[in-house]
Write a protein that binds this ligand. Structure first.
Ligand SMILES: [Zn+2]
Length: 598
């Protein structure tokens, strides 16, 4: 054990000390606050070693010609939710630090451990609020995983201390009763909000408040919030809104990108097909960027112009404005969406230089990240090189010439190659799908012949409370050995309730697969006599489920649904198939067998 540890320490220190210096020659520098013409910048051992004019490159340095280019501090996205590969995607677009506002505490713990080694050069750094502060049934509890909730102002300190114990770098509080979305969610009382902010401050932590409406924003600022995690689109700000926030010395992360999505248009959608971006975006990410939050006819009116009006007031009142996207939500993508946020901030009245500061020096200063957000001697060499001059045209940030994390160049070409390989793989039928059989369950497992297997799907992600379980049982269709039993309870918490067993034909859950050679879905079923549904998701139809009903009686029966009956799809982009109960509430039980595409 000891010798292995010694070798590891040697390898680590070797990797750090052996970094080849990088010399940017004659490059325009945006230093986090202002533009400096024609500088030389030397990067050594992960840091900015020197910045000046007429410098000489060390003999072993990689020299980069900066003519016509601009060097920026790596961007900081001040509002994200970093699941899966998010931090790698973010880095590809020059976002070198993400400030997560609710996420998986154990994933954040792993990221912090990696960051402490100084070797997290293949993904953006993560700081995280960990689990947010909300109440039972409140916003933040609808995503399927059970989280602790606050019950009384008296518990606020213990609650906040528990989050800090889990590693939270700051405290994120939800103060939103859902009115903007035509819903009624329970939320903190003003007393709980005050107590939670005070509890964060007692431990020296920043308290950020998610709000969904203007009234909530004012209450949060009155409660002593350090910052707002969103602006609002429900009402025009009163004329004193900017000076009110300024007088409380609070900062604001407007998240204009996601506010666009809330008003019904994918916030980052205009960038999804930009050739400068699309080579680095998976089809899933492109699809996500084009999504918006659904706005039904019964929902209250909202107007994006209200958020722009608030930004104008905040700027005039010198309130610190931080660029944040709420990446992880419809109409966003990690990294890419921050370039849209910069553009939206400029559209709302910031100068390009102010917008760039909102994504570099201002969040670094606000979150006490003294080692980044600026290009100056001794700062981390988290860098973004742009072809062109974003300090005069903000959309120039899309012309990325290079990204460095702690002095290590990010391999954008490799990411582009893996994205291309994925697109090609999606164009071919999945390996193992030749016969079309998905599962006959006869080996006693939920193994599938192709794709990424069976999993449970329910309406928790949409705010519902329906549950399901699946188990391989004795006795199958046509006298076969086994079949899959699916049972559960449909709750009345959500109108479009569902729960059931889901099969994803792609290499990952919900990754589209090409089953264009198949014409129909076939399966056998029996059950308690209730009506069930086959839900099909095709990428070309977004995340809208395409459904067909079937009645599962006591005797086994075969069901055949031509793919075209699912809103005319041709099978080339199937993301998932669900066999499920709902929407009528109550318990359900059915069995399926011999599931296949033919
Ligand atoms: Zn968020």
């Amino acid at each position: 054990m000891r010798s292995a540890a010694v070798v590891l320490v040697f390898a680590l220190s070797h990797a750090i000390t052996a970094q080849t210096p990088t010399f940017f020659h004659n490059v325009r520098v945006f230093d986090g606050e202002r533009a400096l013409p024609a500088r030389d910048v030397l990067v050594q051992d992960g840091k900015i070693a020197r910045i000046g004019t007429g410098l000489t490159a060390p003999p072993n340095a990689t020299v980069i010609d900066g003519a016509g280019k601009t060097l920026l501090p790596g961007l900081i996205d001040a509002h994200t939710h970093a699941w899966g590969d998010a931090l790698t995607t973010a880095l590809a677009f020059g976002v070198t630090t993400e400030l997560e506002m609710f996420g998986d505490t154990s994933a954040a713990r792993d990221r912090r451990a990696e960051q402490r080694t100084g070797r997290a050069s293949s993904r953006a750094d993560l700081l995280s609020a960990g689990t947010l502060v909300t109440v039972k049934g409140g916003h933040g509890t609808e995503y399927g995983s059970t989280i602790p909730t606050l019950t009384s102002p008296r518990d606020a300190q213990a609650f906040v201390d528990a989050r800090i114990g889990e590693g939270s770098d700051y405290v994120k509080i939800v103060y939103d009763d859902g009115q903007t979305y035509g819903s009624t969610w329970p939320t903190l009382t003003p007393e709980m909000l005050h107590a939670t902010v005070a509890a964060a401050h007692a431990r020296g932590k920043l308290a950020l408040v998610h709000i969904g409406a203007l009234s909530g924003a004012r209450t949060a600022i009155d409660a002593g919030a350090d910052g707002l995690a969103h602006l609002f689109v429900d009402r025009a700000p009163e004329p004193d809104f900017g000076t009110f926030v300024a007088s409380h010395h609070a900062f604001v992360v407007p998240t204009l990108t996601v506010l666009k999505s809330i008003t019904g248009v994918g916030g980052a959608a205009p960038l999804a097909d930009d050739p400068r971006f699309s080579a680095y975006l998976t089809r899933q990410e492109v699809l996500m960027m084009k999504q918006a939050f659904p706005r039904g006819p019964g929902m209250p009116a909202v107007d994006y112009a209200f958020a722009e009006a608030a930004v104008k007031q905040l700027r005039a009142a010198h309130v610190p404005i931080l660029a944040g996207t709420d990446a992880g939500n419809p109409g966003t993508a990690h990294g890419a969406a921050l370039h849209r946020e910069l553009e939206l901030l400029v559209n709302a009245g910031l100068t390009p230089t102010e917008a760039l500061a909102a994504a570099t020096s201002i969040p670094a200063k606000t979150f006490h990240l003294g080692d980044r957000g600026r290009i100056a001697d001794g700062m981390r060499a988290d860098l973004l090189l742009i072809s062109g001059d974003p300090t005069s045209d903000i959309t120039a940030t899309r012309d990325i010439a290079g990204v460095w994390k702690q002095g290590v160049a990010f391999d954008r070409a490799r990411l582009a190659a893996s994205v291309t390989a994925e697109v090609v793989a999606q164009g071919q039928a999945p390996a193992g799908s030749e016969s079309g059989l998905v599962s006959d369950f006869d080996d006693g497992t939920t193994t599938t012949r192709f794709g990424s297997g069976w999993s449970i799907s329910n309406d928790a992600m949409a705010g519902g409370k329906s549950t399901a379980e699946m188990i391989v049982v004795e006795g199958g269709a046509e006298g076969s050995a086994k079949s899959l039993a699916v049972r559960g309870t449909i709750s009345d918490a959500f109108k479009q309730a569902w729960a059931g067993a889901m099969f994803s034909p792609g290499r990952q859950v919900f990754q589209p697969a090409n089953l264009g050679a198949k014409k129909e879905i076939r399966f056998w079923a029996k059950g308690d006599g209730k009506t069930y549904r086959v839900f099909v998701f095709a990428q070309s139809k977004g995340f809208t489920p395409l459904t067909q009903p079937f009645v599962a009686d006591a005797a086994w029966k075969e069901y055949v649904f031509p793919l075209a009956t699912f809103n005319g799809i041709d099978g080339h982009d199937i993301m998932a198939v669900i066999f499920g109960g709902g929407p009528s509430p109550g318990s359900f039980a059915f069995q399926i067998d011999h599931v296949s595409f033919r």
